[in-house]
Design a protein around this ligand. Structure first.
Ligand code: HEC
Ligand code: HEC
Ligand code: HEC
Length: 456
């Protein structure tokens, strides 16, 4: 291979790799920390959870197509969402049935090829920012239902696609064919013998339509997900993405879901909250657009599957145990150090002396796996920028994590994060002011865009 060829391959690998690694869309990087706009003012009505939905619409919910193929405030599925990569931006496309600018001319076979194999009608390979490596598992009936939904129920909207901003030669798509050979398995989900129907349904949903691994599975050298099911020990063990950390979803008792009961997982997927924590960052898109709409059977199946994942990569040397000491010191005002003082002044009113908050309404910090996560990006990000709205059953949340980026400098944020990382028995590694500076720079404070996207 000539050196220029190597350069091109490497550069192209980098460009699509980074595209997939950074696929969480731009608005997610800029959480709206301002006062909530009433949901009804900006959104068209959505079906009440539990309301009858046809199968295709249901699969679209499961797969959360709307989260990427829409812009906040724009018509559903018209595309235009910018996905940042360090070498340039790409845009999700119009997937309404408009014949000129959308997918109105796609046959069922062509649609299947795009959604499951990542190849568009004209033959060009899609960047794996489109999670086709997960959607490959979708069975034929679900793809057909999805196709019928897009063709018959989604209104056609003329809206031209925006060209990718990745400069030549990084924008070449042929290396994606090599990527597919190396990292991509096109098989649909095959039920596992010896597992019951609920487990298999859960596996199908988590690995396939739910594309949980796209955020929660660490990525390899070409930003390929390291594993697409439970047979791989890296699967769902947590990954950084867009200045958030999507935590470990295996049964690791400290940093994973080992202490969560089946019911705790169900409650989180339904309402975005439970006794251990609240959804924030990019997980809010999953709760707001997708998981809350699943049937009880499907939420149960997902929880059953997640509860079956062997504990991996806990990163905690000893099991989490609540330590009353921190609470006693805070209660008596006998705290030392900048972090503890900041906590007393800025955080205690909501999260409490005992770090238990008022779950599920005000998230606990004591023993919260997101706080114990070896990667502290989420903690830094949420303390800098606050959280976005959780909207469940059409009702926005009432309490919100405020932003502190204006009030606290990098050192102060690091101090208070280090305090919550080590208080009440938490044992998280230390963060530095430099870690905070990096995330402060990469998250945009000016944006007041609302992250909630609706299918209709
Ligand atoms: C995580 C973000 C994301 C999700 C979720 C997602 N897509 Fe995509 N999709 C993209 C991006 C980005 C592209 C364009 C990729 C490119 O230009 O290479 C794309 C491209 C496509 C295309 C090719 C369209 C064309 O231009 O010809 C189709 C069809 C498509 N998506 C359908 C779907 C459907 C159906 C769903 C839900 C089952 C879905 N997508 C979910 C990001 C996403
Ligand atoms: C006005 C109440 C309020 C104050 C003050 C507050 N928080 Fe929060 N915090 C919340 C709420 C509510 C959540 C849950 C996420 C959401 O729904 O916004 C949260 C979530 C968090 C989380 C993520 C945990 C999870 O599972 O959701 C962290 C970390 C956190 N807060 C840290 C802090 C720190 C550090 C301070 C002080 C600098 C602070 N909070 C001050 C209300 C508050
Ligand atoms: C777009 C990226 C993304 C996708 C897709 C995604 N998640 Fe998440 N998830 C996150 C992030 C970021 C967090 C950390 C914030 C939080 O705790 O809510 C998270 C947190 C969670 C938590 C809480 C874990 C904890 O320790 O607090 C659970 C449970 C979870 N996700 C389950 C799922 C499941 C199941 C799916 C697939 C149906 C999924 N997620 C898909 C980004 C994602």
């Amino acid at each position: 291979m000539t050196s220029s060829m190597k350069y091109l391959l490497g550069a192209a690998a980098l460009s699509f790799g980074l595209a997939s690694g950074a696929f969480a869309a731009e608005p997610a990087a800029a959480p709206a920390a301002t006062a909530p706009t009433p949901a009804s003012a900006t959104q068209a009505p959505s079906p009440a959870p539990g309301a009858p939905m046809d199968r295709g619409e249901y699969v679209a919910r499961l797969a959360n197509c709307v989260a990427c193929h829409s812009t906040p405030g724009g018509a559903a599925f018209t595309g235009g969402l910018k996905m940042m990569t360090p070498v340039g931006a790409i845009y999700a496309t119009n997937i309404t049935p408009d014949k000129e600018t959308g997918i109105g001319n796609y046959s069922l076979a062509e649609f299947d090829k795009a959604v499951r194999l990542g190849v568009a009608k004209d033959g060009h390979n899609l960047y794996p920012a489109m999670p086709y490596p997960s959607y490959a598992k979708l069975n034929a009936e679900d793809v057909k239902a999805l196709y019928d939904y897009f063709m018959k129920s989604v209104p056609a909207v003329k809206q031209a696609n925006l060209p990718s901003e990745i400069p030549a030669p990084l924008n070449m798509r042929w290396p994606l064919k090599i990527w597919n050979v190396l990292f991509f398995d096109s098989d649909t989900y095959k039920p596992k013998a010896g597992k019951d129907a609920s487990w298999n349904r859960g596996a199908y949903l988590v690995q396939g339509a739910g594309h949980c691994g796209a955020c929660h599975t660490p990525r390899g050298i070409a930003f390929n997900e390291k594993g697409y099911d439970e047979t791989d020990s890296d699967f769902l063990t947590g990954a950084p993405l867009d200045n958030w950390s999507a935590p470990n979803l295996t049964q690791a008792p400290g940093t994973g879901l080992g202490r969560w009961s089946h019911g705790d997982i169900l409650e989180f997927m339904k309402t975005g909250k439970n006794q251990f924590g609240s959804a924030f960052g990019t997980m809010i898109e999953v709760i707001n657009n997708s998981s809350q709409y699943l049937t009880d059977e499907d939420q149960t199946a997902m929880a059953t599957y997640l509860k079956s994942l062997a504990p991996q990569k806990d990163g905690l040397s000893a099991p989490y145990a609540f330590d009353q000491n921190t609470a006693t010191l805070l209660r008596n005002g006998k705290v030392e150090g900048a972090g503890a003082t900041l906590y007393l002044q800025q955080c205690k009113a909501c999260h409490g002396d005992d770090g238990k908050g008022y779950a599920p309404y005000l998230a606990p910090l004591a023993g919260n796996p997101a706080v114990l996560d070896p990667d502290a990006s989420s903690l830094i990000n949420i303390t800098l920028n606050g959280s976005a709205r959780i909207v469940v059953a059409g009702m926005p949340d009432s309490y919100r994590m405020p932003q502190f980026r204006v009030m606290m400098n990098d050192q102060k944020i690091a101090d208070v994060v280090n305090f919550i990382r080590t208080g009440w028995g938490n044992k998280g590694s230390a963060v530095t002011a430099a870690d905070v500076a990096k995330i402060r720079k990469e998250t945009n404070p000016a944006s007041d865009r609302i992250e909630v996207l609706r299918m209709k």
